[in-house]
Design a protein around this ligand. Sequence first.
Ligand code: H79
Length: 508
Amino acid sequence: MSAARLIGMDSDTIPVPLLHREDMSLKSAHRSIAIATAALLLASCALPSFAQVEGERVAISSAHPIAAIQDTETPAQRDARMAWWRDARFGMFIHWGLYSIPAGTWDGKQIPGIGEWIMNRASIPVAGYKALAAQFNPTSFNAHDIVALAKSAGMKYIVITAKHHDGFAMFDSKADPFNIVAATPFHRDPIRELAEECRKQGMKLGFYYSQDQDWTAPGGAAYKTGNHDLPSHHWDPAQDGDFATYLHTKAIPQMKELLTNYGDFPVVIWFDTPTPDMTPALAGEIVALLNQHPNLIWNNRLGGGYKGDTETPEQYIPAQGYPGRDWEACMTMNDTWGYKSYDNNFKSTETLLRNLIDIASKGGNYLLNIGPDSKGVVPPAEVERLHQVGQWLAVNGASIYGTNSTLFGPEAGSFSTTEKDKEGKPKFIPSWNWRSTTTADKIYIELFTWPNGSFHLDSVPRTVASAYLLADPKHKPLKVTKTGGGVDIQLPAKALDPIATLLVLNTK
Ligand code: H79
């Protein structure tokens, strides 16, 4: 098939199962070929494959009962709508809810898996879980400090769990009484407090809303875990009911509250874990609501065949991003989203920073999670790492914010000729010597491994006029030597930063 044919082909006319590994890579492959750089062309033949979330498969289609903004806007309108998000590059995810009380332990037993799933993993009955609300009094929660923490980390937006799969609303809801204002001794609305602080401190705010799974509302969906009932996957008869009724009586009314009660926020709605219960017609009812907020950005997890604005790889960074698609990798600092008292498996600041740089070099955003505890305290290990990332960004942020993806490609790694990944496809072996981001007149090289004497590029698709190190306050020019189609940049003996030193090429 010719490249021209592929360019003319709208991949959205092919049914692409949203959560299915092979088809995701097929979709990326088509776009890669359309872009037709030699590097991507080579790589697209062997794109690795990943699932976004495990579990149900949901097909994407272009035949929607209600057209979504993505179906009707022009490319220029889309660029304008996505502009702040593309520039932002780095956001804070906050998973906070009743699950921070058990914090990974139920009936004296440590429950495996992610902390916010404890109700499902431990098969906690609805009444028993709901009883946690009476104990929830997070008096140490401080919206000012959380927004200031995000700022100090160099994050440009926050996405907080307004309601997770447990069905507990972390906001003042008239639509359903199982919420932080009506059902807890706290009686405060942390979403409102965060919205006010975000406005004051110039931070953007989005809401995560579990539209499909809801384990405490009758009719809400549940993913299958362990020996739970088929086909509902419920573990308590109190969960049984009609999904459409749940949507009409709880989820849609609550989304209306979230979309109208907080002024200019949310700027993002982050849906999660779609199931086949979310038919195109039901999803269309949600889309009709979203369409009333034309600046809103929403992800690819609504269900019902809608592709949304963003791809959402969870807990991994795709080998080559999603050429032609906006995307955001969401990741934890340890192994849980919701607070677990005994999860101390924290990634190093080096890993977190490398991830940010790797993602930026592939044109994506990094949504990095914190999990406050039942008092509202952010774990010190998370605060410490965020401050360190922020210190690096304070010096080197120009290489991340508002930049575009690499002009090169092979620096990210290569596909193994012998090893296979979980899907039996060639395994991607990342390499960690350097990454690159670009602006119209600069090429940024993030050096992880300090080269001996000079940094060499075999070929550069632009003319390099001069070079300097971003962390050098004087931006002293480095010696640039042209070598065939490439360049050689002379470097000082030592790196200026132990994690990543920025080499900047001024280009024409
Ligand atoms: O909010 C966070 C997670 O709770 C949510 N998405 C992020 C942002 C998420 N929901 N589901 N998943 C992620 C993946 C689901 C994995 C599952 Fe399982 C595998 C569900 C059932 C089998 C993990 C293992 C949970 C239960 C058993």
